[in-house]
Design a binder for this molecule. Structure first.
Ligand code: CP
Length: 309
């Protein structure tokens, strides 16, 4: 298989196992390119990509932009706070105005679940979902899978615990779908109030006990508490959350085996993990960020190839 089965990347739910494998193997090739003195390739010359960010981002926005420039694409950037969205322009009008400037691919982050899928139905461009509210963050899941594969050789058969605010996390849903397609077992762990009601239907193990999850897993992906998406209190206090679900060196070193620690960022140091854990030799957090560029190069390269069919 040399092409993706989808025209857009809206979510991991739309990807077949072969699509994921193709993205990961293409990303490995681009990672090798990125280790060369000259890191730029001409693959997307004459392709124009618009990065539309309606919600804050550091890693995803910079990583996409770097990936696009490494592929020699023409790039335009849009942030909602400095645009005419604040004057009442609709999403479709905003995007169609951008498309009138002859844009081929749109990379979009939006606070509303389903925004990328909605856009794909109404505008004539390829859409890449860079995170839609609490729904999906497909490139994060792909770079996480790539990082696990790089560390362990294969994702199949591994046990991955996703810990923290599962309810508000697009990273959790995309990771669950991606890891399961690749043959990993997944456990989610957090306070009951931060686990979605439908969680059992996703075929994951569920725990409310951090030590139990950590003893079970090979890899722990520690998620941030998304206070900005919480309109009610989901736990009595941050202090209590840290006591029950915060990962520190004392817990990590007391486990019966050495596990790998991941975090999609941004980290709240001292909340979901301590600085010592984040910076320890068991953490692959900065490898995740590094791999994000190669994975996003692979996604854009493969999607652009679909238009040549
Ligand atoms: N992991 C992630 O999506 O980070 P940003 O919100 O900084 O893009």
């Amino acid at each position: 298989m040399t092409t993706l089965s989808t025209k857009h990347l809206l979510g991991i739910k739309d990807l077949k196992l072969d699509d994921i494998r193709l993205i990961l193997s293409t990303a490995a090739n681009f990672k090798e390119v990125l280790s060369r003195p000259i890191k730029k390739v001409p693959s997307l010359r004459d392709v124009t990509i618009a990065n539309l960010f309606f919600e804050n981002s550091t890693r995803t926005r910079l990583s996409f932009e770097l990936a696009e420039r490494r592929l020699s694409a023409d790039v335009i950037n849009f942030t909602a706070s400095s645009s005419s969205v604040s004057k009442g322009e609709t999403l479709i009008d905003t995007v169609n105005n951008i498309l009138a400037m002859k844009v081929d691919i749109i990379v979009m982050r939006h606070p509303n679940a389903g925004a990328a899928e909605f856009l794909s139905r109404y505008v004539n461009a390829q859409i890449v979902n860079a995170g839609d509210g609490p729904h999906e963050h497909p490139t994060q899941a792909l770079l996480d899978a790539f990082s696990i594969q790089e560390k362990f050789g294969d994702v199949k058969g591994l046990k991955v615990a996703i810990v923290g605010d599962i309810l508000h996390s697009r990273v959790a849903l995309s990771n669950i779908l991606c890891l399961q397609k690749l043959g990993a077992e997944v456990m989610v762990c957090g306070p009951s109030t931060l686990l979605p009601k439908h969680i059992n239907s996703l075929g994951v193990k569920v725990s409310n006990n951090l030590r139990e999850a950590l003893e079970w897993c090979d890899v722990a992906n520690m998620l941030r508490i998304q206070l900005e998406r919480q309109d009610i209190r989901y736990f009595p206090s941050l202090r209590e959350y840290i006591q029950l679900f915060g990962l520190n060196m004392e817990i990590l070193s007391s486990l019966s085996k050495k596990i790998t620690i991941m975090h999609p960022g941004p980290i709240n140091r001292g909340v979901e993990i301590t600085s010592e854990v984040a910076d320890s030799d068991q953490s692959i957090i900065l490898s995740q960020v590094e791999n994000g560029v190669a994975v996003r190069m692979a996604v854009l390269y493969l999607l652009a190839g679909r238009t040549a069919e």
